[in-house]
Each structure stands twice: as C-alpha cells, then as structure tokens.
Design a protein around this ligand. Structure first.
Ligand code: FAD
Length: 419
C-alpha cells in the first residue's frame, strides 16, 4: 500500500513511474484468497474509521460502497471459558472488577497526551517510549490485567508479546481501539490495491536485488533479478529488514535503525470446517497461562452478517510458536496448528481441513522500547544517499493507514525536491 500510494500520487503529479514488485500480485500484506465464492482476508483484516487517507483513496477509486462495518464482538478465553468483549469496550469481564478499575489507570497518560495519540503524534511520545509495556503493566496494573487484557490486546493488535514493547506504542493502539470502528471490504481487503494497480506500470515477479549508485553516489535506479532500471529517484517501499541488504553504505543512524528494527513473523492457517453456532464473535484470544500456543483465532464467516457461505477458522500462530513454524513445509505447519487447536477447542477441531497457509515474514513492525527515537534519527537522515526516499508502515505506524500515509509523504518529498 505504501508503494502503490506513492506511485499513485507521483503519477498524478505528472511523473513517469514504474513499480517493481517481488510477488505476482499487488497488495503486499493486504492479501485475500477466494474459495468457492467466499472471499477470505489472510493478511490485513480491517480498516479503522480514522484511516483518513485510506478512506479518501477508497472514495477516489469508487470503492466506498464495498466497505462494510465489521461485527463488533471479541473474546478472551480464561480457564476454558469464553468471555465476550464488545469492540472498543473498556469493560473486560475476563478479569476481576479490581483489575478493571486498575486498568483505568492506562487512560491517564492517554488523556494527558490526547493530542499525540493520533497516528502522526508519536514524536511527542518519546518519554513514554522509554518505558517497557510489560514492566509498566506489572507495576501500575497487576498480573491479572497483564495476562488477560494487555497481552491479548498486544497479540491481536500487533502480533507480539508485551515484553520489550514500548508503552507509547501500546497506548496509541489502545486509543485507536477505543475511539474508532472497524470496516472491511466485501470483495476482500486487497480490492483497493488491485484497483489502484490497474492505472500503474507494475513489473511483477521482479525482486530488487540492489540499489544502483550514480557517479556522485546518488541512488539512480534499481537492479532486479532480470533487469536494471534507471530513474530520477527511488522510493523504497519494502519492509525495513528487506532494505538492509540492498545497499552497503547506510550511515550510522540508518544502520542502527535498520539492524534493530524487527517485524513479528508467523504463518497464518485458514481452515474450513464445522464451527459451533455458539461462536458468535469474530475473534478470540486463547489463554497463554493455560499453555495454548496458537494465541488468536478468527472466524471469517463471522466478520459481518452473511460474510461467507461456508464456515472458516483462521489460526494465528504468534510469538515464538509462529517463528518456529514459519519455515516448515505446509503439512508440518497445518499439523502443528491443528494439534494446538485440538487442545484449545476440541469441539471444533476435528472437522477442520486446511485451505490455505500464508507465511508472513513481516506482520507488524515491532516498536520496542526506544524505537520511536531511533526512527526519528532514521527519518532525519533521509536524503542520504541522495535520490532515495523511504516509505512503509514502519515509518508512520504499523497499519494500512501508516503505509498509505508514508507513501503519500514520500511522494510529496520527491515532488518538492524536483520543483
Ligand atoms: C496477518 C496480518 C494482519 C494485519 N491486520 C491488519 C489490520 O487489520 N489492519 C491494518 O491496518 N493493518 C493490518 N496489518 C498490517 C498491514 O497489512 C501493513 O501495515 C501494511 O499492509 C503494510 O504495507 P506496506 O506497503 O508498508 O508493506 P507491505 O505490504 O509489506 O509491502 C511491501 C511490498 O514490497 C514487496 N517487496 C519486498 N521486498 C522486495 C524486493 N526486494 N523487491 C521488490 N519488491 C519487494 C513485497 O512483496 C510487498 O508487496 C496486518 C498485517 C498482517 C501480516
């Protein structure tokens, strides 16, 4: 979405743009599969109502009527019991009233920094970025809140455990969770990428191997697996770890950021089967304390009313489990995940048949303690080498809107440099 957005705005400004894409389809982490007439999102799941630029593009590309509001119940499992939480609710029945009251404390820093809680506001949160979420939750809340509220929110919202994560990042996500509504596209969330790509010159299955340097050290093009493409400038819209090996001369700030900045990774397994009618929520988090390793499951047929004809379960193997599975062959992944599901939800597990496995090497960027500051230095160092601009969700916030805004801003910087 970062690359497509950058290309769209550059083309609109009159530039000749070529998009160079490793895969054979547009959309990157926004990916949908089609099965017997059902459309199933196996990458990004929803757009929030505060995705200003994404929603503007949706209207511009005549896709607004395809948007539908998602159903709003989630679930947290504790000791084998499902506790339902309506979307955005701050009342979490999985924990005691005392813990719920303690949770209210999280809203004090949010309230005091309300102006910085929007996506663009993070440079004003550098002090909160020095605090680790898990430690903060243990000290200011309690263990019950950490295990049954903070951990599930982190797992579902940014696919990582709270250990090592920046408090600033969590509070910003929490603020979005309680203040927005969620939408998805009926035709699959990749429909916007597909529509945008129709107007662009995209070279598919062309992985970039190297950034090309001109006589003065400026970036003047890319070398792909089959070609060399030269141009006025390059906007890099790949996840930051994929960028590191493409250029040997990153400066100190850039190396510090690119080396330390990671993305959580996991395979996502889509199953079809008989799912109990008593499951009325879209997604649920399993109890880590009870030893469940598949932390999150979602039910695509419950995304909104009449979303699918068949019943599905999407299993999210996050954290160390996801990393262990990522490079196994498909059968190994499906078997390991199915074995976990048999422990967690035996009533449904026996009927499940794997439909699709998607390996996500980059799910969400991990904003660990201190990363906002490193990102700030990284951004200040942009312009070196000349001719290279950065876009991608790691630049603005690990969500579709972050990617879209980063692409827009990179295009604007390039346009300004050329005028
Ligand atoms: C399972 C999952 C669920 C998610 N859920 C949500 C959600 O509900 N809501 C939300 O807003 N966000 C969600 N996200 C995050 C969201 O998908 C991303 O933040 C956003 O799509 C990132 O866009 P991007 O353009 O920065 O990167 P990407 O989508 O990763 O795009 C990078 C592109 O670069 C290409 N590429 C990489 N290396 C090379 C190379 N060497 N040469 C050429 N091309 C290359 C890739 O193939 C890809 O097309 C989710 C992500 C995942 C994985």
């Amino acid at each position: 979405m970062a690359g497509l957005t950058a290309a769209h705005f550059l083309k609109e400004a009159g530039f000749d743009v070529v998009v160079v894409e490793k895969e054979n389809r547009p959309g990157g982490r926004v990916i949908s599969v089609h099965k017997d007439g059902d459309v199933l999102d196996v990458g990004a799941q929803f757009l929030h109502s505060n995705y200003r630029l994404t929603l503007e593009l949706t209207t511009k590309f005549n896709m607004a009527s395809d948007l539908v509001q998602m159903q709003d119940d989630d679930m947290i499992m504790r000791d084998g019991r499902a506790h339902i939480i309506p979307w955005g609710s701050v009342r979490i029945p999985a924990v005691s009233i005392w813990s719920q009251l303690k949770m209210a404390r999280l809203f004090i820093p949010i309230f005091l920094r309300k102006a910085n809680m929007a996506l663009e506001g993070w440079p004003g949160l550098l002090d909160l970025d020095k605090l680790e979420l898990a430690t903060y939750a243990r000290l200011k809340l309690n263990n019950e809140s950490l295990e049954y509220v903070v951990r599930p929110l982190m797992l579902t919202y940014s696919m990582s455990e709270p250990e090592g994560i920046s408090l600033a990042y969590f509070l910003r996500s929490l603020y979005m969770y309680v203040t927005t509504k969620a939408y998805c596209f009926r035709s699959g969330n990749d429909v916007l990428a597909k529509t945008m790509s129709k107007n662009l010159d995209i070279r598919y299955e062309s992985p970039v191997k190297k950034l090309l340097k001109g006589a003065k050290g400026e970036i003047c093009g890319v070398q792909t697996s089959s070609d060399e493409l030269e141009g006025l400038a390059v906007i890099s819209a790949v996840p930051s770890p994929a960028l590191f090996s493409l250029y040997p001369d990153w400066n100190r700030e850039q190396s510090a950021f690119l080396q330390d900045f990671t993305f959580s990774k996991m395979p996502l397994v889509l199953f079809e089967g008989k799912i109990r009618d008593t499951i009325t929520y879209w997604g649920g988090v399993f109890d880590r304390r009870a030893g469940h390793r598949v932390s999150f499951v979602t039910y695509p047929h419950r995304k909104y009313t009449n979303a699918c004809k068949a019943n599905y379960l999407l299993a999210w193997s996050m954290g160390s489990f996801g990393e262990e599975l990522l490079d196994l062959p498909d059968e190994g992944i499906a078997e390991a995940v199915a074995a976990e599901l048999r422990k967690a939800i035996p009533a449904d597990a026996d009927s499940l048949k794997p439909v699709s496995i998607v390996r996500h090497h980059h799910t969400f960027p991990q904003f660990k303690v201190g990363m906002f500051e490193k990102l700030l230095h990284f951004r200040v160092s942009e312009g070196q080498p000349a001719g290279l601009y950065f876009a991608g969700d790691y630049m603005e916030g690990g969500i579709i809107e972050g990617a879209v805004q980063s692409g827009y801003k990179a295009a604007q910087r390039l346009i300004a440099a050329c005028s």
